[in-house]
Design a protein around this ligand. Structure first.
Ligand SMILES: [Zn+2]
Ligand SMILES: [Zn+2]
Length: 273
């Protein structure tokens, strides 16, 4: 069994698309052999009041506290949150983060301003994908400039849905300068890049971001990576984590990070037995 196996991007039933509660997920995480798990329920800042995230976020935090108490000494449970579109409403984002003592904050962009999550766009027929990706990358830059998060979640997220809806792969090389700007700024601000394994369970069958981007992050001075399955079910916990660590190793990273009280802790990636 792999030592120090951790999964720090997971969702409970306090996420709109999560299916299982935190207590059950802790049982599953232990069965999967995980040393640590972070629950990172969604909080979409741009629709915070409209979609009742004010209530949902408090419920999520309370459920995590309960799981921490119940599983003390058995598995390390971290209090996380996946903040979507945080920089669209910085005041609200800062209030959310100040209200609770989070261990770990994922920064994410799931939709462009005033638009639906890429997940909900039924077809990309007629869309200018280059313009769409360019705008998405600009928003990622804005998120990093704000910077009150620990790890950048699933960079290149829209590609998953482009592929699902059109079976076409978008060639990112036309936007490589923007990707370099993102990775350089992330490294400069000493933030982590997440290797998210959900795509391995999707038709696109790829890590998010790809090996090339993880490698480029290392070349541009990136020092921290985190790994997460983005599990929405108990059986998905730990899925693809070993593969994500192999990507990290191949890209030149020897360690991965977890966060407690918003402080990074380095763990050796050890695949020796
Ligand atoms: Zn996400
Ligand atoms: Zn997620």
């Amino acid at each position: 069994m792999i030592k120090n196996f951790v999964d720090i991007h997971t969702h409970t039933d306090n996420s709109p698309d999560g299916k299982h509660n935190a207590m059950y997920l802790c049982e599953c995480a232990m069965t999967a052999g995980l040393r640590a798990i972070a629950f990172t329920d969604h909080c979409e800042v741009d629709v915070y009041k409209r979609d009742h995230y004010d209530r949902i976020v408090r419920q999520s935090y309370f459920a995590i506290l309960k799981a921490i108490n119940a599983f003390e000494g058995e598995i390390l449970v971290l209090k996380g949150i996946e903040l979507g579109e945080a920089h669209y409403d910085i005041k609200t984002s800062e209030e959310i983060l100040a209200a609770q003592q989070y261990d770990f904050v994922l920064g994410a962009v799931h939709n462009l301003r005033g638009q639906d999550d890429f997940y909900f766009i039924p077809t990309f027929e007629g869309y200018d994908l280059k313009a769409l990706m360019s705008e998405y990358f600009d928003e990622i830059l804005g998120l990093i400039e704000w910077g009150n998060f620990d790890s950048l979640a699933h960079l290149t997220y829209p590609l998953r849905y482009f592929f699902e809806r059109s079976q076409k792969r978008f060639d990112l090389s036309v936007l490589s300068h923007k990707i370099d700007d993102i990775l350089s700024l992330l490294a400069e601000k000493d933030k982590a890049l997440e290797i998210n394994t959900k795509g391995l369970r999707s038709p696109i069958n790829e890590m998010c971001p790809s090996f090339e981007i993880v490698k480029r992050f290392k070349e541009l001075g990136g020092e921290k990576i985190t790994v997460g399955s983005d599990a929405h079910y108990g059986h998905e916990l730990g899925a693809g984590i070993k593969e994500a660590e192999e990507v990290a190793l191949a890209a030149g990273f020897k360690t991965k990070f977890i966060y407690q009280d918003r402080e990074p802790f380095e763990l050796i990636i050890d695949h020796s037995n």
